[in-house]
Design a protein around this ligand. Sequence first.
Ligand SMILES: Cc1ncc(COP(=O)(O)O)c(C=O)c1O
Length: 385
Amino acid sequence: MNEQRLYLDWNATAPMLDCVREAMTEAFVEAVGNASSVHREGQRARAVVERARRSVANAIGAPAQAVVFTGGATESNNQVIYDHVETTDDPFVICTAVEHPSVLEVVESLQHRGVRTEIWPVDERGRLDLQWLEERLDTGATLVSAMWANNEMGNIYEVGPIAELVHQRGAVLHVDGTQALGRIELDFKEAGVDYLTLSFHKMGGPKGVGATVVREGLKVGALLAGGHQERGRRPGTENVPAMAGLDAAARQLTSERERWSETLHQMKSSFVETLSDIDNVEFRGDLDRQLPNTVNIAFEGVDGEDLLLALDLEGISASSGSACTAGSLEPSHVILAMGYDQNRARQSVRFSFGPSTDEERLVEAGRRIGAVVERLRALKADWRG
Ligand SMILES: Cc1ncc(COP(=O)(O)O)c(C=O)c1O
């Protein structure tokens, strides 16, 4: 990464950990076989895959046999939900309004196919109401999909109480843990999750690999046909160098997670303090339960996209969560679900960082953000309306 720039978009993807890059580089040279082949090269590749499985399982408190490797969290989310619908009589799927599109759009597609679905709404801080879920479970919901932490607001959701409710009514719980990994503790067994889906590139692992973690006694079927890999649950030749990277990332996670969390908390409080010096700001999301690496903020009178472009020129990379639809920038579905109108929704900017972000540079960035905001406001003399 360019030394001059400050990358504050870790929730999109994180810079690769050194240990991951080294492990992958070595595997490109040393583990050349197909993990399904019986010869020595094949066995060597198989050993890389199985070691990665044990390391990932260990990092999240799951048994190794529960881990099915996939091509990322998008694939895993699709796999869990579509498989549930195919294997369940009279399926009824609920997901939260703030899920990643790889859940939300799958649920919407089911609705078009005539499957019963419902979207679990959030309040103005993006929080969920358990009472709402309890009532829907009583009307026959079979699968609930709720993320562990949200990518845009950074909200952390209490998975344990949701799991308890879901299980009391005989339904199953899918949790997308992609943004929580490496930032807060994830304990698969203790949380009572049935299906946990993961990706590792937000914490410095390789992109394009993920995992579906399945509770003992449950099954997950393959999304694709054509091979027996991952015991038939994910056909296709394993990406062995990526598995080597995953192994390194998971080991680092196990040894560093607590230290990472502490570092992130410290960094976030310094950053928030600096940003609080700017006039007329609104910190968004559930400030009591938010990832220690994520700040979602709106500067009154400043369009988020204008700010991002100006910050990019200043060497600061951040994100708004907007999606480009037919040439126009639509505010994110997450912020709209929280009840903001289009104008206020468009003011949201997300800063996300990681354990290797330099705290001093982050605080300095906070000051520069303030200066850019003032400049943009001055350009729009009427920003106070
Ligand atoms: C919460 C969440 N789920 C799923 C995904 C998709 O993960 P992947 O990039 O591995 O497909 C992302 C990435 O943006 C995410 O933030």
